[in-house]
Design a protein around this ligand. Sequence first.
Ligand code: AHR
Length: 318
Amino acid sequence: MTFRSFVVALAVTAGFAGAAQAQTKLTIGFSQIGSESGWRAAETKVGKIEAQKRGIDFRISDAQQKQENQIKAIRSFVAQGVDAIFVAPVVATGWDSVLKEAKEAKIPVVLLDRSIDTRDDSLYLTAVTSDTVHEGRVAGEWLLKQTGGTCNVVELQGTVGSSPAINRKKGFDEVVAKNPGLKIIRTQSGDFTRAKGKEVMESFIKAEGGGRNICAVYAHNDDMAIGAIQAVKEAGLKPGKDILVVSIDAVPDIFKAMADGEANATVELTPNMAGPAFDALMAYKKDGKVPPKWIQTESKLYLPDTAKAEYERRKDLY
Ligand code: AHR
Protein backbone atom coordinates (compact mmCIF):
# COMPACT_ATOMS: atom_id res chain seq x y z
CA MET A 1 0.00 0.00 0.00
CA THR A 2 1.58 3.29 -0.99
CA PHE A 3 1.47 6.73 0.57
CA ARG A 4 -0.14 8.35 -2.42
CA SER A 5 -2.94 5.80 -2.60
CA PHE A 6 -3.28 6.38 1.09
CA VAL A 7 -5.85 4.50 3.01
CA VAL A 8 -8.28 5.77 5.58
CA ALA A 9 -8.89 2.96 8.01
CA LEU A 10 -11.80 2.78 10.39
CA ALA A 11 -10.47 2.36 13.88
CA VAL A 12 -13.04 0.67 16.02
CA THR A 13 -12.08 0.76 19.64
CA ALA A 14 -14.07 0.01 22.79
CA GLY A 15 -14.49 3.60 23.87
CA PHE A 16 -14.64 5.28 20.49
CA ALA A 17 -16.34 2.99 18.02
CA GLY A 18 -16.51 4.21 14.49
CA ALA A 19 -13.71 6.76 14.76
CA ALA A 20 -11.87 7.33 11.50
CA GLN A 21 -8.09 7.37 11.56
CA ALA A 22 -5.80 8.20 8.71
CA GLN A 23 -3.06 5.64 8.33
CA THR A 24 -0.16 6.14 6.01
CA LYS A 25 2.71 3.86 5.23
CA LEU A 26 5.60 4.92 3.04
CA THR A 27 6.96 2.54 0.45
CA ILE A 28 10.55 3.24 -0.55
CA GLY A 29 12.62 1.39 -3.12
CA PHE A 30 16.37 1.27 -2.49
CA SER A 31 18.81 0.45 -5.24
CA GLN A 32 21.81 -0.73 -3.23
CA ILE A 33 25.19 -1.31 -4.91
CA GLY A 34 25.82 -4.79 -3.53
CA SER A 35 27.91 -6.07 -0.65
CA GLU A 36 31.45 -5.28 -1.69
CA SER A 37 32.56 -4.25 1.79
CA GLY A 38 31.78 -4.63 5.48
CA TRP A 39 30.66 -1.02 5.48
CA ARG A 40 28.17 -1.67 2.66
CA ALA A 41 26.66 -4.67 4.45
CA ALA A 42 26.31 -2.50 7.57
CA GLU A 43 24.59 0.26 5.60
CA THR A 44 22.02 -2.24 4.32
CA LYS A 45 21.48 -3.68 7.80
CA VAL A 46 21.11 -0.27 9.45
CA GLY A 47 18.76 0.85 6.65
CA LYS A 48 16.43 -2.09 7.40
CA ILE A 49 16.47 -1.31 11.12
CA GLU A 50 15.76 2.40 10.56
CA ALA A 51 12.93 1.55 8.16
CA GLN A 52 11.36 -0.81 10.66
CA LYS A 53 11.51 1.84 13.41
CA ARG A 54 9.49 4.18 11.21
CA GLY A 55 7.11 1.56 9.81
CA ILE A 56 8.41 2.00 6.27
CA ASP A 57 8.07 -0.67 3.60
CA PHE A 58 11.71 -0.65 2.43
CA ARG A 59 12.28 -2.63 -0.77
CA ILE A 60 15.97 -3.27 -1.38
CA SER A 61 17.35 -4.29 -4.75
CA ASP A 62 20.94 -5.58 -4.86
CA ALA A 63 22.70 -4.37 -8.04
CA GLN A 64 25.68 -6.71 -7.73
CA GLN A 65 28.01 -3.74 -8.39
CA LYS A 66 26.46 -3.03 -11.82
CA GLN A 67 25.05 0.33 -12.88
CA GLU A 68 22.81 -1.36 -15.46
CA ASN A 69 21.14 -3.31 -12.64
CA GLN A 70 20.63 -0.08 -10.70
CA ILE A 71 18.98 1.53 -13.72
CA LYS A 72 16.67 -1.50 -14.10
CA ALA A 73 15.83 -1.38 -10.38
CA ILE A 74 14.95 2.32 -10.55
CA ARG A 75 12.67 1.67 -13.54
CA SER A 76 11.04 -1.17 -11.68
CA PHE A 77 10.45 1.05 -8.62
CA VAL A 78 8.88 3.68 -10.89
CA ALA A 79 6.58 1.00 -12.34
CA GLN A 80 5.64 -0.11 -8.82
CA GLY A 81 4.63 3.48 -8.00
CA VAL A 82 6.73 3.68 -4.83
CA ASP A 83 6.65 6.88 -2.78
CA ALA A 84 10.37 7.51 -3.10
CA ILE A 85 13.54 5.93 -4.47
CA PHE A 86 16.87 5.76 -2.67
CA VAL A 87 19.99 5.10 -4.75
CA ALA A 88 23.59 4.46 -3.73
CA PRO A 89 25.10 5.19 -7.16
CA VAL A 90 27.93 2.78 -7.98
CA VAL A 91 29.55 5.34 -10.32
CA ALA A 92 29.08 9.08 -10.58
CA THR A 93 28.04 9.48 -14.23
CA GLY A 94 25.20 8.21 -16.42
CA TRP A 95 22.15 8.84 -14.25
CA ASP A 96 20.33 11.70 -15.95
CA SER A 97 17.89 9.82 -18.15
CA VAL A 98 16.67 7.30 -15.59
CA LEU A 99 16.36 10.00 -12.93
CA LYS A 100 14.32 12.07 -15.40
CA GLU A 101 11.94 9.11 -15.67
CA ALA A 102 11.52 9.12 -11.88
CA LYS A 103 11.03 12.88 -11.89
CA GLU A 104 8.36 12.64 -14.61
CA ALA A 105 6.59 10.04 -12.47
CA LYS A 106 6.81 12.56 -9.56
CA ILE A 107 8.81 10.15 -7.43
CA PRO A 108 11.48 11.87 -5.33
CA VAL A 109 14.96 10.37 -5.44
CA VAL A 110 17.42 10.47 -2.55
CA LEU A 111 21.12 9.70 -3.08
CA LEU A 112 22.72 7.67 -0.31
CA ASP A 113 26.45 7.74 0.52
CA ARG A 114 27.66 8.54 -3.02
CA SER A 115 27.07 11.56 -5.21
CA ILE A 116 26.49 11.87 -8.96
CA ASP A 117 27.74 14.16 -11.73
CA THR A 118 24.79 16.03 -13.20
CA ARG A 119 24.07 19.54 -14.37
CA ASP A 120 20.48 19.18 -13.19
CA ASP A 121 20.27 18.88 -9.44
CA SER A 122 16.45 18.91 -9.62
CA LEU A 123 16.80 15.22 -10.54
CA TYR A 124 17.16 14.34 -6.88
CA LEU A 125 15.62 15.68 -3.70
CA THR A 126 18.70 15.45 -1.49
CA ALA A 127 21.96 13.54 -1.08
CA VAL A 128 22.92 12.06 2.28
CA THR A 129 26.70 11.68 2.13
CA SER A 130 29.86 12.51 3.97
CA ASP A 131 32.39 15.00 2.61
CA THR A 132 34.55 12.42 0.85
CA VAL A 133 37.19 14.98 -0.23
CA HIS A 134 37.57 15.93 3.43
CA GLU A 135 38.02 12.23 4.36
CA GLY A 136 40.99 12.00 1.95
CA ARG A 137 42.42 15.20 3.40
CA VAL A 138 42.08 13.91 6.97
CA ALA A 139 43.91 10.69 6.03
CA GLY A 140 46.67 12.69 4.28
CA GLU A 141 47.10 15.12 7.15
CA TRP A 142 47.31 12.28 9.65
CA LEU A 143 50.06 10.64 7.57
CA LEU A 144 51.89 13.92 7.18
CA LYS A 145 51.96 14.42 10.92
CA GLN A 146 52.87 10.82 11.63
CA THR A 147 55.83 10.73 9.22
CA GLY A 148 57.10 14.29 9.48
CA GLY A 149 56.34 14.69 5.79
CA THR A 150 58.65 12.08 4.28
CA CYS A 151 56.91 8.93 3.10
CA ASN A 152 56.51 6.76 0.02
CA VAL A 153 52.83 5.96 -0.16
CA VAL A 154 51.00 3.29 -2.11
CA GLU A 155 47.33 4.02 -2.69
CA LEU A 156 44.47 1.55 -3.04
CA GLN A 157 41.68 3.38 -4.81
CA GLY A 158 38.00 2.49 -4.61
CA THR A 159 35.77 1.58 -7.54
CA VAL A 160 36.84 3.42 -10.70
CA GLY A 161 34.45 6.27 -11.47
CA SER A 162 32.74 6.21 -8.06
CA SER A 163 32.44 9.49 -6.18
CA PRO A 164 34.27 8.32 -3.02
CA ALA A 165 37.21 7.01 -5.07
CA ILE A 166 37.47 10.27 -7.03
CA ASN A 167 37.09 12.47 -3.97
CA ARG A 168 39.16 10.51 -1.48
CA LYS A 169 41.99 10.62 -3.99
CA LYS A 170 41.46 14.34 -4.53
CA GLY A 171 41.56 15.19 -0.81
CA PHE A 172 44.69 13.10 -0.20
CA ASP A 173 46.38 14.53 -3.32
CA GLU A 174 45.83 18.06 -1.99
CA VAL A 175 47.99 17.23 1.03
CA VAL A 176 50.60 15.51 -1.15
CA ALA A 177 50.76 18.50 -3.51
CA LYS A 178 51.75 20.80 -0.63
CA ASN A 179 54.33 18.39 0.80
CA PRO A 180 56.92 17.19 -1.73
CA GLY A 181 58.35 14.61 0.69
CA LEU A 182 55.02 12.73 0.65
CA LYS A 183 55.02 10.75 -2.56
CA ILE A 184 52.41 8.43 -4.05
CA ILE A 185 54.70 5.89 -5.67
CA ARG A 186 51.96 3.45 -6.80
CA THR A 187 48.21 3.83 -7.14
CA GLN A 188 45.59 1.39 -8.42
CA SER A 189 41.99 0.45 -7.86
CA GLY A 190 41.17 -2.39 -5.48
CA ASP A 191 37.43 -1.89 -6.16
CA PHE A 192 36.64 -1.43 -2.44
CA THR A 193 37.01 -5.19 -1.83
CA ARG A 194 39.23 -7.10 0.55
CA ALA A 195 40.32 -9.63 -2.10
CA LYS A 196 41.34 -7.01 -4.65
CA GLY A 197 42.99 -4.88 -1.96
CA LYS A 198 45.18 -7.86 -1.11
CA GLU A 199 45.91 -8.70 -4.74
CA VAL A 200 46.91 -5.13 -5.65
CA MET A 201 49.00 -4.72 -2.49
CA GLU A 202 50.85 -7.94 -3.37
CA SER A 203 51.69 -6.46 -6.77
CA PHE A 204 52.85 -3.19 -5.16
CA ILE A 205 55.11 -5.09 -2.76
CA LYS A 206 56.57 -7.13 -5.59
CA ALA A 207 57.18 -4.05 -7.72
CA GLU A 208 58.80 -2.23 -4.80
CA GLY A 209 61.54 -4.74 -4.04
CA GLY A 210 59.63 -6.74 -1.44
CA GLY A 211 57.98 -3.71 0.13
CA ARG A 212 60.94 -2.15 1.97
CA ASN A 213 60.57 1.04 -0.10
CA ILE A 214 56.95 1.48 0.99
CA CYS A 215 56.36 3.65 4.05
CA ALA A 216 52.55 3.61 4.09
CA VAL A 217 49.43 2.29 2.41
CA TYR A 218 46.48 4.64 2.00
CA ALA A 219 43.34 2.60 1.26
CA HIS A 220 40.09 4.28 0.23
CA ASN A 221 38.26 1.85 2.51
CA ASP A 222 38.93 -0.44 5.45
CA ASP A 223 38.24 -3.65 3.57
CA MET A 224 41.05 -2.98 1.09
CA ALA A 225 43.27 -2.05 4.05
CA ILE A 226 42.51 -5.41 5.69
CA GLY A 227 43.43 -7.17 2.43
CA ALA A 228 46.63 -5.10 2.25
CA ILE A 229 47.53 -5.99 5.85
CA GLN A 230 47.34 -9.66 4.92
CA ALA A 231 49.61 -9.08 1.90
CA VAL A 232 52.15 -7.19 4.05
CA LYS A 233 52.21 -10.04 6.59
CA GLU A 234 52.64 -12.66 3.88
CA ALA A 235 55.59 -10.64 2.55
CA GLY A 236 57.26 -11.00 5.96
CA LEU A 237 56.75 -7.37 7.00
CA LYS A 238 54.87 -5.89 9.93
CA PRO A 239 51.74 -3.92 8.99
CA GLY A 240 51.26 -0.90 11.22
CA LYS A 241 55.03 -0.69 11.81
CA ASP A 242 57.13 -1.44 8.70
CA ILE A 243 54.26 -0.16 6.57
CA LEU A 244 51.75 2.24 8.09
CA VAL A 245 48.08 1.67 7.28
CA VAL A 246 45.50 4.46 7.00
CA SER A 247 42.01 3.99 5.59
CA ILE A 248 38.37 5.08 5.72
CA ASP A 249 35.09 3.59 7.09
CA ALA A 250 35.72 2.65 10.74
CA VAL A 251 34.34 -0.90 10.54
CA PRO A 252 34.94 -3.32 13.44
CA ASP A 253 37.68 -5.30 11.62
CA ILE A 254 39.91 -2.25 11.26
CA PHE A 255 39.53 -1.51 14.97
CA LYS A 256 40.58 -5.06 15.67
CA ALA A 257 43.61 -4.58 13.42
CA MET A 258 44.41 -1.29 15.19
CA ALA A 259 44.08 -2.92 18.61
CA ASP A 260 46.50 -5.61 17.39
CA GLY A 261 48.98 -2.95 16.21
CA GLU A 262 48.47 -3.78 12.52
CA ALA A 263 46.67 -0.62 11.39
CA ASN A 264 47.17 2.99 12.41
CA ALA A 265 44.20 5.22 11.58
CA THR A 266 40.73 5.22 10.06
CA VAL A 267 38.25 7.96 9.19
CA GLU A 268 34.68 7.13 10.10
CA LEU A 269 31.88 6.90 7.55
CA THR A 270 28.61 6.28 9.35
CA PRO A 271 26.59 3.34 8.00
CA ASN A 272 23.43 5.16 9.05
CA MET A 273 22.70 6.99 5.82
CA ALA A 274 19.09 5.84 5.65
CA GLY A 275 17.98 7.32 9.01
CA PRO A 276 18.58 10.99 8.05
CA ALA A 277 17.23 10.23 4.55
CA PHE A 278 13.96 8.81 5.94
CA ASP A 279 13.56 11.80 8.25
CA ALA A 280 14.11 14.31 5.45
CA LEU A 281 11.73 12.45 3.18
CA MET A 282 9.01 12.15 5.79
CA ALA A 283 9.20 15.88 6.60
CA TYR A 284 8.97 16.57 2.87
CA LYS A 285 5.99 14.28 2.32
CA LYS A 286 4.11 15.29 5.46
CA ASP A 287 4.86 18.99 5.81
CA GLY A 288 6.25 19.92 2.40
CA LYS A 289 9.59 20.78 4.04
CA VAL A 290 12.18 20.78 1.25
CA PRO A 291 15.51 19.42 2.56
CA PRO A 292 18.88 20.94 1.69
CA LYS A 293 20.51 19.41 -1.40
CA TRP A 294 23.23 17.94 0.77
CA ILE A 295 22.74 16.36 4.19
CA GLN A 296 26.29 15.91 5.37
CA THR A 297 27.28 13.13 7.74
CA GLU A 298 30.24 13.41 10.11
CA SER A 299 33.79 12.19 9.36
CA LYS A 300 35.89 11.53 12.43
CA LEU A 301 39.45 10.27 12.71
CA TYR A 302 40.03 7.23 14.96
CA LEU A 303 43.42 6.12 16.27
CA PRO A 304 44.63 2.99 18.11
CA ASP A 305 44.10 4.50 21.58
CA THR A 306 40.34 3.90 21.38
CA ALA A 307 40.46 0.89 19.05
CA LYS A 308 39.66 -1.81 21.59
CA ALA A 309 36.67 0.06 22.99
CA GLU A 310 35.42 0.98 19.51
CA TYR A 311 35.70 -2.63 18.40
CA GLU A 312 33.62 -3.78 21.38
CA ARG A 313 31.06 -1.02 20.81
CA ARG A 314 30.62 -1.76 17.12
CA LYS A 315 31.14 -5.49 16.67
CA ASP A 316 27.47 -6.44 17.10
CA LEU A 317 26.07 -3.42 15.32
CA TYR A 318 27.66 -4.41 12.03
O1 AHR B 1 30.38 4.81 -0.76
C1 AHR B 1 30.95 4.44 0.43
C2 AHR B 1 32.04 3.44 0.23
O2 AHR B 1 31.53 2.33 -0.46
C3 AHR B 1 32.63 2.86 1.49
O3 AHR B 1 33.69 3.61 2.00
C4 AHR B 1 33.12 1.56 0.99
O4 AHR B 1 33.49 0.66 2.00
C5 AHR B 1 31.96 1.14 0.18
O5 AHR B 1 32.12 0.08 -0.57
